[in-house]
Write a protein that binds this ligand. Structure first.
Ligand code: GDP
Ligand code: MG
Length: 177
């Protein structure tokens, strides 16, 4: 047994936030289980899922928290945010209203967690090309203005889902290690 090979245990709490029905639960389902639910109702039960990832040859665990639908009532509690070091701030590219809510979610995030929480702005449902209401450059510009990472994803066709989570986890790892 070599002391140098001792594995360090990294566990990062990451929260999913954004308006109801933007696809938060399906992004997690796609990432953690490679599943998709075409008619998903509000999440039942599970508070978080822990996903092992490898970053720079080190095993890292991402503990990803999903709401149980309470965002519909603007009632995400401070316990949800407590200890979070990362966040995926999700809107739906086919519903402008969900993009307009981003400022409010950012305020809430910064009220309840550390200012330095690593955050990625995620425009989900990129597969809905004909229904797009938020152009890509607009998402990008908001992210730049707020100092966030940015990615468009589709939980339906899987595009960029792993990348979005990986971007956050890698950055947290780089900051903390
Ligand atoms: P949440 O309320 O933010 O957790 O949203 P859900 O994950 O429950 O998804 C809400 C609805 O949008 C469900 O009917 C999903 O099947 C659908 N949905 C989620 N992600 C996508 C996506 O990337 N593309 C499309 N077309 N539909 C999606
Ligand atoms: Mg949900």
């Amino acid at each position: 047994y070599n002391e140098e090979e001792k594995t360090e245990d990294y566990l990062f709490k990451i929260v999913l936030i954004g308006d109801s029905a933007v696809g938060k639960s399906n992004l997690l389902a796609r990432f953690a289980r490679d599943e998709f639910y075409p008619n998903s109702k509000s999440t039942i039960g599970v508070e978080f899922q822990t996903q092992k990832m490898e970053i720079n040859g080190k095993e890292v665990k991402a503990q990803i928290w999903d709401t149980a639908g309470q965002e519909r009532f603007r009632a995400v509690t401070s316990a949800y945010y407590r200890g979070a070091v990362g966040a995926l701030l999700v809107y739906d590219i086919s519903r402008r209203q969900t993009f307009d809510s981003i400022g409010r979610w950012l305020n809430e995030l910064h009220t309840h967690s550390d200012m330095n929480v690593v955050t990625i702005l995620v425009g989900n449902k990129s597969d809905l090309k004909d229904a797009r209401e938020v152009p890509t450059p607009e998402g990008k510009a908001l992210a730049e203005a707020q100092g966030l990472f940015f990615m468009e994803t589709s939980a339906l066709d899987s595009s960029n889902v792993v990348s979005a989570f990986q971007t956050v986890v890698k950055e947290i790892y780089n900051i903390l290690s």
